[in-house]
Design a protein around this ligand. Structure first.
Ligand code: RB5
Length: 146
């Protein structure tokens, strides 16, 4: 499966480590930058990474900044994206199970790299529950147009 990944300067080191780890797990990673710790603007990286998920070039996205918040706000502007900013494995599990989230965002300044890897693992391995949640998820797109 292709995974779309991006970060700003605050998430760059975590992005590098997570890319290497995902490759060892057999995933193909599409890296939308940034490529250094030089200060940059998170929407420039979140938007193309989110578009790759929306147009199905990637099955899921992982987008990292200092808090995950800016990345989440930006990604959710893309039609078809359901980005969830998570801090715990249970949030990551429920983001997939109930919300069918297709992008995980988190803050490299708020959790350890090991915690971040755990979020990614849980997110990528949890299936959407469907049922009543399908109606709710469909309503998001019907009511908001994105
Ligand atoms: C960068 O300093 C920081 O604002 C950014 O990484 C992110 O936390 C924004 O939401």
């Amino acid at each position: 499966m292709n995974i779309s990944i991006a970060s700003d300067h605050a998430g760059y080191e975590y992005k590098k480590a997570i890319i290497e780890w995902l490759k060892t797990e057999g995933y193909n990673v599409i890296d939308f930058g940034t490529n250094s710790q030089e200060s940059c603007d998170y929407p420039d990286y979140a938007f193309p990474a989110a578009e790759a998920v929306a147009n199905h070039s990637a099955g899921f996205g992982i987008i990292i900044c200092g808090t995950g918040i800016g990345m989440c706000i930006t990604a959710n502007k893309v039609n078809g994206v359901r980005a969830a900013n998570c801090m715990t494995p249970e949030m990551a599990r429920l983001a997939r199970f109930h919300n069918d989230a297709n992008i995980l965002t988190f803050g490299a300044r708020l959790i350890s790299l090991e915690q971040a890897k755990e979020l990614v693992k849980v997110f990528l391995h949890t299936e959407f529950e469907g049922g009543r949640h399908t109606t709710r998820v469909e309503k998001i797109h019907l009511l908001t147009g994105c």
